[in-house]
Design a protein around this ligand. Structure first.
Ligand SMILES: *[C@@H]1O[C@H](CO)[C@@H](O)[C@H](O)[C@H]1NC(C)=O
Ligand SMILES: *[C@@H]1O[C@H](CO)[C@@H](O)[C@H](O)[C@H]1NC(C)=O
Ligand SMILES: *[C@@H]1O[C@H](CO)[C@@H](O)[C@H](O)[C@H]1NC(C)=O
Ligand SMILES: *[C@@H]1O[C@H](CO)[C@@H](O)[C@H](O)[C@H]1NC(C)=O
Ligand SMILES: *[C@@H]1O[C@H](CO)[C@@H](O)[C@H](O)[C@H]1NC(C)=O
Ligand SMILES: *[C@@H]1O[C@H](CO)[C@@H](O)[C@H](O)[C@H]1NC(C)=O
Ligand SMILES: *[C@@H]1O[C@H](CO)[C@@H](O)[C@H](O)[C@H]1NC(C)=O
Length: 765
């Protein structure tokens, strides 16, 4: 009884680095800190109970009394209330502070279903609208940039006075019939851009102001207004910068706190409030819940409640890559987003004493710097001290780095902190080297000294040069500013979590990729060598699937505003079937940023999101709540597990069980085994293109697999017409000797006007 819960992918690369260190040292330090919360011996538990028969009729007060009836009457010494949250929409149950002994009593009460301890986790634009092809002539034009839509952001709050959130040209907030939220924190300056803000912290409601930066950044990517002259230390200038849906409203739900993290109980409460308020999209850049069963993942559970209110849930795949099977939030009703790179670099070049050059990145590019001068290299980690190789401040305290360029490895702490430590130790400059698992994915930090962040293959060469020459090793750093056209791009960021998930039957997740490296977004405080405490216009680079997620949330708002009657499943389908799995006109498949080899389908999903095509997908794959119930039953869930997932009474008896392959999802994953070398699944598509439109199938078979369709032509004669077809997968030739291999293919329905792609994964198990 435990697990789940969210952590914001506080991807200041901080978590990233921490996690890489953890991977490399095989320790068990994962972001879960503080197993025991230190609140005496009580703990917050999330408790599911059978739904009250009169649930719909109960007032909030009555529902609370019902939930209290499960709890002990005694008060807590700390004075904290027992009942932390009483939930209505999202689950049938509550969050409460209990001792393990008291929990046993609760478990013995009639109506008790399930209890899980609330886990506490540590915290995990200018160019991207253009890079994704958005202009006023296409998706932005036809969707009026998301006007009238409301994106709910569940994160670390917001800096409301940042220019990205001014309400210039914004329409007033929607009428009370649609929008029931407000700014309930006294004095918090909401406007027509930010139309709701509330904070959740263990049953208390502190200020929604963002003191971390993550929530502000994410909100600006989804729906930031236009801002002229946005840049980071003069780099990556965008004129103007904006979010993906610049005319959409924002509603802010703060559940993550600096130096604390995010709790599941607060996340449930926030999602519930967002549903009540009437948001259209919920954007959850939350990690955690890696490989948890669906009923223990607050994002998945919250999302199945959300879709029943027509809300589109969008979430992060997680930053646990590059290993496979590292996915968070893999339920089929939530749009799961991985992170990709762009073709932009803020270049900073390292030249070694022997003339070899390496292309790196840094957002801080001082003009008064002698880029021809070669400085002696020093590598504090040369004797094998891991902390010193990572340039931890404590490890550099006794070094005198005057007149030297220091070599640091990308591990444990944020790169900016290494730079500060190096600067204090007197270093002239710094080179930050990627360890193997980060591959080519380099951040472009706002350093305080001349620096260059360099990719992995270069790490080996530069360290080799240092060790061979030692006191005769020299290097210079020179700056080339903001450059575009870097290839290959997009690639899958090294940290982006990969499937398959062992928990979802193999459904292809992440669904899509969106930009998530060095994304310029709004930031609450100034950055760089001379931060101005009064600055109000700061933009900052952040990286993570946290940054990829709000790109798709904004795009979902654009699609929603053009298709108000579509279900969340249909909008998910539109975004998946129009994504692009290749990065060249010749069709080269998207590469992995680790070694620049073709990325697997469980790294890319359907590929890079394509907002213009998603507006007009031609055909959509639909799914209903009953389908999802059949899917849960098909996963082998017992009745109580289905009940906990849904928050209401439900049995698998009499329900048509569906395997993950059979669910009418826009992608298809099937298993072929020695004993089952062929399989047939069916799909149903709905015509949302032209009334009369004919499609023909183009098939890319996975290696060693033959695909037969029951029909190779789909002829539609009216709008909303549905047509079904079967797809038979058969082993071609011998069963692969390797075993446990995943191969990719696709079925493309092409009408000449619309191209509808179904990504395919075949697993030989
Ligand atoms: C709590 O109080 C209620 C009503 O006052 C009583 O019926 C119940 O037995 C009490 N429960 C415990 C565990 O003391
Ligand atoms: C905001 O909404 C809540 C819940 O509906 C309500 O109790 C509160 O009075 C409202 N606050 C303001 C400032 O309107
Ligand atoms: C490395 O740094 C960590 C955190 O500051 C510290 O706990 C640990 O003792 C250090 N290890 C060594 C070998 O100095
Ligand atoms: C650095 O080491 C290499 C390999 O030993 C050697 O060929 C080269 O001359 C050295 N360079 C300097 C500047 O000492
Ligand atoms: C395919 O096999 C994997 C690994 O054994 C399993 O987790 C998954 O549930 C299977 N999927 C289907 C649809 O049978
Ligand atoms: C995918 O993207 C590449 C690079 O932008 C482009 O050349 C290609 O035409 C796109 N493919 C599709 C099917 O849109
Ligand atoms: C798939 O098609 C092949 C060839 O027509 C056939 O032998 C096989 O039985 C079919 N498989 C299923 C599961 O229908």
């Amino acid at each position: 009884m435990e697990k789940c819960s969210p952590i914001v992918l506080f991807l200041l690369v901080k978590l990233l680095l921490l996690q890489l260190l953890i991977q490399s040292s095989n320790s068990q330090l994962l972001p879960i800190v503080d197993e025991v919360l230190g609140r005496h011996d009580t703990q917050v538990y999330i408790i599911d109970v059978e739904r009250h028969e009169q649930h719909e009729l109960l007032s909030d007060g009555d529902l609370e009394s019902f939930h209290r009836s499960f709890l002990p009457n005694s008060t807590l010494d700390s004075g904290e209330p027992r009942l932390v949250y009483s939930y209505r929409h999202l689950l049938s149950g509550f969050a409460a502070r209990l001792t393990p002994g008291e929990l046993e009593v609760v478990k013995s009460k009639p109506g008790f279903l399930y209890a899980q301890r609330d886990h506490h986790y540590q915290l995990a634009t200018t160019y991207t609208p253009k890079y994704l092809g958005l202009t006023t002539y296409n998706a932005w034009g036809s969707s009026m940039m998301g006007q009238g839509l409301i994106i709910g952001i569940i994160d670390s709050g917001i800096k409301p006075t940042h220019p990205s959130f001014k309400d210039t040209n914004m329409p007033p907030k929607p009428p009370i019939t649609k929008w029931k939220g407000n700014c309930s924190y006294a004095g918090f300056p909401c406007n027509n851009k930010i139309i709701g803000a509330k904070s959740f912290f263990g049953g208390t409601w502190p200020s929604p102001e963002d003191t971390d930066g993550h929530g502000t950044h994410v909100a600006s990517i989804a729906a930031g207004n236009f801002v002229n002259d946005a840049n980071i230390l003069g780099m990556a200038k965008g004129d103007p910068a904006s979010g993906m849906a610049p005319m959409a409203h924002l509603s802010i739900y703060k559940v993550c706190f600096p130096n604390y993290g995010c709790d599941g109980a607060d996340t449930y409460a926030a999602i519930e409030k967002a549903i009540r308020d009437g948001v259209d999209i919920i954007s959850m850049s939350l990690g955690g819940g890696k490989n948890s069963p669906i009923y223990e993942d607050s994002v998945s559970r919250g999302s199945i409640a959300a879709i029943q209110h027509g809300i589109i849930p969008v979430t992060a795949a997680g930053n646990y890559g590059p290993d496979t099977g590292t996915l968070s939030h893999s339920a089929p009703w939530v749009l799961t987003v991985g992170a990709s790179t762009t073709d932009r670099r803020i270049t900073s070049i390292v030249e070694l004493g022997d003339g070899r050059t390496f292309l790196g990145q840094s957002a801080y590019q001082p003009t008064k710097w002698n880029s021809n001068k070669k400085w002696q290299l020093e590598y504090p980690g040369k004797d094998g001290d891991v902390n010193a190789s990572c340039c931890m401040p404590s490890a550099l305290a006794n070094w005198n780095l005057r007149g030297k360029i220091v070599i640091c490895e990308a591990c444990i702490i944020k790169d900016e902190e290494k730079g500060e430590a190096a600067y204090l130790a007197g270093a002239e400059g710094m080179i930050v080297l990627n360890q193997p698992s980060r591959g080519h994915t380099t951040p472009s930090p706002a350093h305080v000294l001349p620096a260059s962040n360099i990719d992995h293959p270069a790490q080996l060469e530069i360290l080799d040069y240092f060790f061979k020459n030692q006191s005769n090793a020299f290097a210079s750093i020179s700056f080339k500013g903001t450059q575009f056209g870097f290839t290959p791009s997009p690639t899958v960021a090294s940290f982006s979590s990969r499937g398959p998930s062992p928990m979802n039957g193999g459904i292809i997740k992440p669904d899509v990729l969106a930009p998530g490296i060095n994304i310029l977004g709004a930031w609450p405080t100034d950055v760089g060598p001379n931060p101005n405490p009064l600055a109000t216009h700061t933009f900052y680079f952040e990286s993570g699937t946290s940054m990829a997620t709000p790109h798709v949330s904004g795009i979902a708002a654009l699609v929603r505003s053009k298709h108000l009657d579509w279900t969340p499943a249909e909008i998910l389908s539109a975004i998946v079937t129009t994504s692009n799995d290749s990065w060249t006109a010749a069709g080269d498949l998207i590469a992995d940023d680790i070694l620049y080899k073709t990325a697997g389908i469980y790294a890319t999903g359907a590929g890079q999101v394509n907002p213009n095509k998603a507006m007009d997908p031609g055909l959509v794959f639909g799914l209903t709540l009953n389908d999802y119930i059949g899917y849960l039953c098909g996963l082998g869930y017992e009745d109580w597990q289905v009940m906990v997932t849904l928050g209401r009474k439900q049995s698998c008896k009499g329900v048509k069980h569906l395997t993950a392959s059979e669910l009418n999802y826009p992608s298809i994953a099937v298993n072929l085994t020695r004993s089952t070398p062929s399989q047939t699944v069916s799909r149903t598509v709905k015509n949302v293109g032209d009334a009369r439109e004919g499609y023909s199938a183009k098939i890319t078979e996975p290696v060693g697999v033959t695909i037969y369709l029951s029909t190779y032509k789909l002829q539609f004669t009216r709008l909303d017409q549905e047509l079904s077809y079967n797809i038979n997968f058969s082993l071609k030739g011998a069963y692969p000797s390797q075993g446990s291999e995943i191969r990719r293919g696709k079925i493309v329905w092409d009408s000449g006007k619309h191209v509808v792609t179904t990504p395919i994964a075949v697993r030989f198990t």
